[in-house]
Every structure is written in C-alpha cells, then in structure tokens.
Write a protein that binds this ligand. Sequence first.
Ligand SMILES: Nc1nc2c(ncn2[C@@H]2O[C@H](COP(=O)(O)OP(=O)(O)OP(=O)(O)O)[C@@H](O)[C@H]2O)c(=O)[nH]1
Ligand SMILES: [Mg+2]
Length: 193
Amino acid sequence: MSNRLLPACSILLLAGGRGRRMGGQDKGLIEWHGRPLIAWVHETVRALTDDLLLSCNRNQTAYAPYADRLLSDEEPDYPGPLAGIRAGLAAAHHDWLMVLPCDAPMIDALLLRSLHAIATQDRLHPLMVRRSAQWEPLFSMIPTHLAARLEAAWQAGARSPRQVLLALGSRALDLAEDDPRLANLNTPELLER
Ligand SMILES: Nc1nc2c(ncn2[C@@H]2O[C@H](COP(=O)(O)OP(=O)(O)OP(=O)(O)O)[C@@H](O)[C@H]2O)c(=O)[nH]1
Ligand SMILES: [Mg+2]
C-alpha cells in the first residue's frame, strides 16, 4: 500500500523562494536533523509519483537528486509561489498536480494519500488544505486541465495562489490548526525544534 503510486498524479515541490526569513538562505537546502529539508520531503513523496517536479531558482545541482525534472520561474526576481505552480501545471505529465512546499519536513504519506483520494472524487476543482479559516494553497491538488485558466489569471496580474485556487472553485480539506504534519519551518528559531 505505502509503495503504490498515486494514480494520475504529478507532484511539484516548491523550493523557488528567496528565504528572506532565513537570512536569504535557500530554504530547501538548510539542514534539519542532519539532512536538507528537501531530503525529508523527497523521502516521503518519492514512491508516490513517477513524475516528480521541483521548482527552484538557484542551486540546481544540489536539487537535482530530489526530482525527475527541475523547473524554474520564467520571471526573474522571485514573483512568488504562483510562478512555480504555473510552471508545474504546464510541465506535469499527469491529470493532477499535487503542490507541496520544500519546508514541511513532517508531511506524511498517509495525509498525501487522503488529499489525493478526496481531490480525485471530483475531476473539476482544486482541493486545498484548510486550517481553521486559513487556506493553505501550498498543500493542494490541482487538476492540470485548469492550466489555461490559471494562465489567464496570471496574465491578468494575479499572483496569490490562494486567491487563484479559490477563484477556480477550490474545495477544502479541513485539518486541525496545530496539525504537526503541516509545520512549516520559516525562521531559524523553528529549525531548533
Ligand atoms: N517558484 C517559486 N517558489 C517560491 C517563490 N517564493 C516562495 N516560493 C516557495 O513557496 C513556498 C512557501 O514560501 P515561503 O515559506 O514564504 O518561502 P520563501 O519565500 O523562500 O521565504 P521568505 O522569503 O522568508 O518568505 C516555499 O516552498 C518557497 O520555496 C517564488 O518566487 N517562486
Ligand atoms: Mg515567501
């Protein structure tokens, strides 16, 4: 069961950020309990897809072992995670794109299987994790046939993944606000945990 591919699902790991709160470090490559953050996420997702994409804007050589294909943003200067999602949707080989951040090392495969199972009950809409009232577009599933609509939103100036996925009719997967599997490591203090 745990080694089974998620049907029709590409996975995109987002590691294309500036890492300002980490002093400008490339967050996915920061070590946490002896390994880069991206290695923890990679270990969890590797067996789930045969189309593993990774969005990064620097250090391509270091990231290469953690994906089948690397993508980078078309626009310079870090336009935000929607740029990575846009590139991922255009590149994905499968009907669905699962989007995950590079800095959530405690994400687990059971949660990702649930996200996939619930999303694929409905072929039309994205599914986003929601914690209390907070939508989390970087833990999401997007049907790749929505690429053209996302592209239109991008061309119209949209840059917020949350707003775009809501406009595309995203459904919610409700999880507890303090669900440890979703913990994001955004600052050096959090790395001490
Ligand atoms: N492709 C791409 N991904 C991004 C961009 N900005 C952020 N991300 C990714 O989106 C996810 C969530 O972003 P943040 O947690 O804010 O990370 P960050 O932007 O590197 O960090 P801060 O500069 O401190 O906000 C991370 O996995 C980032 O790598 C971007 O401009 N392009
Ligand atoms: Mg950011």
